[in-house]
Ligand binder design. Structure first.
Ligand SMILES: Nc1ncnc2c1ncn2[C@@H]1O[C@H](COP(=O)(O)OP(=O)(O)OP(=O)(O)O)[C@@H](O)[C@H]1O
Ligand SMILES: [Mg+2]
Length: 582
């Protein structure tokens, strides 16, 4: 920044020299012509001509060289200040992104993805425009004004004042127009992002659109959005085209004043002919900085709004605070929920109501219940993606709030209900949860894929584990995705396995194979199965049935069947149509 300020001063200094040399040249020319005429018909005349040409060539060289030097300093001015602003932009972006990663799930529920994106990209670049160009032009303006106006004042104060009169109007006019332009371009931006949301939605939902024959309607909707975009662009354009003429008009006014008043002063003998030329150049030098006042002030306004929006997010603190205790890799874990209640703050839905249960080390728990009864919520609370409103959760009789968050989550292998895989290779998706040094090669990956019964599927793809999935790769079936998601949880070798409805899209035969694998290979782990399907959970050593967020029944499979309650009913209906329960 400091370097930049010095370069601004130097480049302005070298911008003034050419104007002064121009003045000198014109005055010299004036005298030279007069002298030349005096020497008419003498031998001196030829001699003078050569001298004049030499002098002109010298002046010409000086102008070129000083202008070049000015250009070099301008280059360094941009190199320092604009590059500095890019560095700050880079840091700011990374800070925001890092902060995003820490923020809790509830934050992501409250804010749109578009908004998150906008703050990290558009808002940051508004702030950068302030730190870089806006500061640069402001300093430039101040320096140039001081330098140029003092030189002008030295030549003639009266002419200086007159010539400067149109400039404030220029600045005001630009400010006014750029404000209007800003408003219109914000509107245009909004419409553009709407347009891309519409397009994005229709690409993502193309299967549904085609199967419901909605292509026509969809195109019409896009058309109407893009018509609106067009009319907004016209409005913006109408303002944009005013810019040039206004600037030209006001500079023209200054130039006319310079020549008219300057001409009179020349006739009076107050100033020289060269001074008029010099003034015209000075006025031109001042024009762009004056124009930039309006532009810079609108940048500053926008940057202020953007920084405020960025700060809003940066100041949010995650309510989920990490403890200090670590969980040892080989420790056997038990889990206890004690009167746990939880209400989703966004919807006000009480998802859990005084839930208590206990799971001993190396044993298994099945959780079942109607849809929306709070099963997934139990999983989220155990991983501290949310904290309970009331009651506590213990691991080995220590409140989970006392554990280091990373260590806690490391101990749990979670297979979420809504499978999410990244648009990467299958291999990368499976080793996702491992640190770089833990990736031991393929043997381990093969082993977990076999446990998850997905190995045979994967090797059937032409590129095996290197097969890309997602947008540009193969589309996996629901069941394949679920099993890759299981492999991803297993490879971490967690002490607790948390399987949230992860077999819902797998046929019953494969399901029993997977469960058999779990029983034989993962018997020493604490396993929690969540499912509607009795098949999935019936072998668990203990089963709880949730109804409206509270535990309605508890026991082993046989005990619950004997109870002839909800569990029994569910079992009966699933026996009759085992495949329809998805
Ligand atoms: N992020 C959320 N914000 C607000 N409410 C939520 C949120 N997630 C779940 N809920 C509500 O909390 C209740 C319990 O949801 P939960 O996902 O735990 O049910 P579930 O038993 O897993 O259901 P399913 O069997 O359909 O998966 C539901 O009424 C649901 O609408
Ligand atoms: Mg669920």
């Amino acid at each position: 920044m400091l370097g930049g300020v010095i370069f601004i001063a130097l480049s302005n200094l070298f911008a003034i020299y050419p104007a002064q040399v121009t003045r000198f040249t014109i005055d010299y020319l004036n005298d030279a012509v007069w002298l030349h005429q005096q020497a008419e018909n003498t031998s001196l005349q030829n001699n003078l001509t050569t001298q004049f040409y030499k002098a002109f060539f010298l002046f010409f060289l000086i102008i070129i060289i000083t202008t070049l030097i000015k250009g070099i300093f301008m280059f360094f001015m941009r190199q320092t200040i604009i590059v500095m602003s890019r560095h700050i932009e880079y840091d700011l972006k990374n800070d925001i992104y890092k902060h995003y990663q820490i923020l809790p799930l509830s934050f992501y529920k409250k804010n749109h993805t578009g908004d998150l994106m906008a703050r990290i990209s558009e808002d940051v670049s508004q702030v950068r425009m302030y730190i870089g160009p806006a500061i640069m032009y402001t300093i430039n303006l101040v320096m140039l004004f001081i330098m140029v106006i003092s030189v002008m004042w030295y030549v003639n104060s009266y002419l200086t004042i007159l010539v400067l009169i149109p400039l404030p109007f220029l600045s005001l006019g630009i400010y006014y127009i750029s404000n209007i332009i800003n408003k219109r371009s914000t509107k245009l931006q909004k419409q553009l992002s709407h347009l891309s949301t519409v397009a994005q939605g229709s690409f993502a939902g193309i299967r549904v659109i085609k199967s419901f024959n909605r292509e026509e309607q969809n195109s019409r909707y896009f058309l109407s959005s893009s018509l609106k975009f067009k009319s907004l662009s016209y409005q913006l354009m109408r303002m944009d085209v005013m810019f040039g003429p206004i600037i030209t008009l006001l500079i023209g006014a200054s130039t006319i004043i310079t020549i008219f008043i300057g001409g009179k002063l020349y006739i009076n003998g107050t100033i020289s002919l060269g001074n008029i030329a010099e003034f015209v150049l000075y006025v031109n030098m001042l024009t762009w900085p004056v124009t930039s006042i309006g532009w810079v002030s609108s940048i500053i306004q926008k940057a202020a709004v953007s920084q405020k929006r960025i700060n809003e997010f940066l100041q949010i603190r995650s309510p989920i605070i990490s403890g200090k205790k670590l969980i040892n890799d080989n420790e056997k874990l038990s889990i206890r929920f004690e009167n746990v209640s939880f209400t989703y703050p966004e919807s006000g839905i009480k998802a859990l109501n005084k839930v208590s249960f206990e799971v001993a080390p190396e044993s298994s728990l099945g959780i079942t219940g109607k849809t929306g009864s709070g099963k997934t919520t139990i999983a989220l609370l155990l991983m501290r993606l949310y904290d309970p409103d009331e009651g506590s959760i213990y691991i080995n009789e220590t409140n989970i709030k006392e554990f280091d968050l990373t260590s806690l989550r490391q101990a749990i292998g979670y297979v979420p209900q809504d499978v999410f895989l990244f648009s990467e290779s299958i291999y990368k998706n499976i080793v996702f949860g491992l640190d770089e040094h833990e990736k031991e090669g393929l043997a381990h990956v093969y082993e977990v894929s076999k446990t998850a019964e997905v190995y045979d599927n994967i090797i059937q793809f032409k590129e095996g584990f290197d097969t890309l999935i997602g947008e540009r790769g193969v589309t996996l079936s629901g069941g394949q995705k679920q099993r890759i998601s299981i492999a991803r949880a297993l490879i971490k070798n967690p002490q607790v396995l948390l399987l949230d409805d992860c077999l819902s899209a797998v046929d019953t035969q494969t399901e029993s194979k997977i469960i058999q694998n779990f029983k034989t290979r993962l018997a020493h782990k604490l396993t929690i199965y969540i499912s509607h399907r009795i098949n999935t959970i019936q072998h668990a050593e203990q089963i709880i049935v949730l109804g409206n967020g509270a535990i309605s029944e508890k026991g082993t499979h046989d005990e619950l069947i004997a109870l002839k309650g909800d569990y029994f009913q569910q079992h009966q209906s699933q026996l009759m149509a085992p495949e329809s329960v998805h």
